[in-house]
Design a binder for this molecule. Structure first.
Ligand code: AMP
Length: 390
């Protein structure tokens, strides 16, 4: 893996693709975690006496009215405070003003250009990896560093486009993500996969890619009910992914000892946090009941299955974790992993959010925050942002 440490940055104009896609309301940044996460790569470039040009997308730009709410200007100000250095904001994505500012840069100076997706307003140039745009941005610098993991599964002008025309490498954030996720290429055994979340449809690629590598796949969350249906159980009004019952039947037939399903369920009559729930074995579910979390027997079963694991990858919560009473099993299992120091990678937004809520996110081996990027990695897909740098 080619990283920023392999590059000679001194006196060079270094373009860094950051992920400053932070929540902003009325010009106020609600969570600056992603800005803080970008600091090590930026600081490294300062220490190496480079000239630093930062690019990022923010939100989506479809029409004129999307521009102002997705203006990157507040990021420049916050970054300035965090890095304790002037950050010059250029309210343009191309043109003379930008070019002049870059031409007159001194070493250690920082420029942040306007939201790369402003280029999407006419002709979706950024998101369709417009060749001319990628080439133009590349012409502004000497070296390209990609440090935006969240968009690595997309071929955009600001990642793949620039990387096509400049010597390129990964920043520290992407290096950390890929180092952790690359373990899955050749995992230590027993290797256990935990899958939860809503729909089977969203996880088919992950199941197909990991089922041959894993020793066990533990299935909870809404998706467990399509598997239970495939086994012939009454699942009441629980989440059902009708189109994929057959896929579940095939998987269960092919891997009968590998796929572990819930044996009991926390159940209620409605999708709500207020109605008291009860716990039932899976053969006791009635036609008007809805499964919203795994039960205590299943929790125990899952713990037994990960107890001796050398590696666990977990995607998707085991219940409706947004509701206090149905986040219990997910929290218990997360705590079990941390207490027993089981090497675990959490992949995907919801399970990482659950781990943050359970205050264990920083105690697990790795929490991969890439969302769509992480999921596509787990599906075994080749990711354009990685390929472009390879
Ligand atoms: P995903 O994005 O596929 O990981 O799905 C996460 C979502 O799955 C969360 O919003 C959970 O509320 C939902 N979920 C988990 N368990 C269930 C369940 N038993 N019934 C309905 N939704 C569930």
């Amino acid at each position: 893996m080619k990283t920023i440490k392999d590059m000679d940055l001194t006196n060079k104009k270094v373009i860094i693709r950051c992920d400053f896609n932070v929540p902003i309301k009325d010009g106020i940044i609600k969570d600056d975690t992603r800005i803080k996460a970008a600091l090590p790569t930026i600081q490294y470039c300062i220490d190496k006496n480079a000239k630093i040009i930062l690019l990022s997308h923010l939100g989506r730009i479809k029409e004129q009215s999307d521009l102002e709410k997705n203006n990157l200007k507040p990021i420049a100000k916050r970054l300035e405070e965090l890095i304790n250095k002037k950050v010059k904001f250029i309210d343009k994505t191309r043109g003379k003003e930008l070019e002049n500012a870059i031409d007159t840069m001194k070493n250690q100076e920082i420029i942040l250009i306007q939201n790369t997706r402003y280029e999407d307003l006419e002709g979706k140039k950024e998101s369709s990896n417009d060749e001319e745009l990628g080439k133009y941005w590349a012409s502004l610098g000497d070296i390209f560093i990609n440090d935006a993991f969240g968009t690595i599964h997309r071929a955009h002008a600001s990642n793949v486009g620039i990387a096509t025309y400049l010597p390129s490498a990964f920043g520290f954030l992407i290096e950390k993500e890929l180092t952790a996720l690359n373990i899955l290429e050749n995992p230590d055994h027993p290797f256990v996969v935990i899958l939860g979340g809503a729909k089977v449809a969203d996880k088919i690629g992950v199941i197909e890619n990991l089922v041959t590598k894993a020793d066990k796949i533990l299935i909870g969350g809404g998706m467990a009910f399509t598997f239970l249906k495939a086994e012939g159980y009454e699942i009441g009004t629980s989440l059902l992914d009708k189109e994929n019952i057959e896929f579940c039947t095939t998987m269960l037939k092919k891997y009968p000892n590998k796929i572990i399903l819930p044996v009991d369920i926390a159940i209620a009559n409605e999708y709500s946090n207020n109605e008291p729930y009860r716990t039932k074995d899976i053969n006791e579910i009635e036609y008007n009941e809805m499964g919203l979390d795994i039960g205590p027997k299943t929790e125990k079963l899952f713990k037994e299955n990960i107890k001796d694991a050398k590696l666990v990858i977990w995607n998707g919560p085991l219940g409706v974790y947004e509701f206090e009473q149905y986040k219990q099993a997910t929290h218990h299992l997360l705590n079990y992993i941390v207490e027993n120091k089981i090497k675990t990678i959490l992949g995907g937004g919801d399970i990482v959010a659950a781990a943050t809520d359970a205050k264990v996110k920083d105690k697990v081996y790795h929490a991969s925050t890439g969302g769509g990027a992480t999921l596509e990695y787990l599906e075994g897909k080749k990711l354009p942002g990685i390929e472009a740098i390879k």
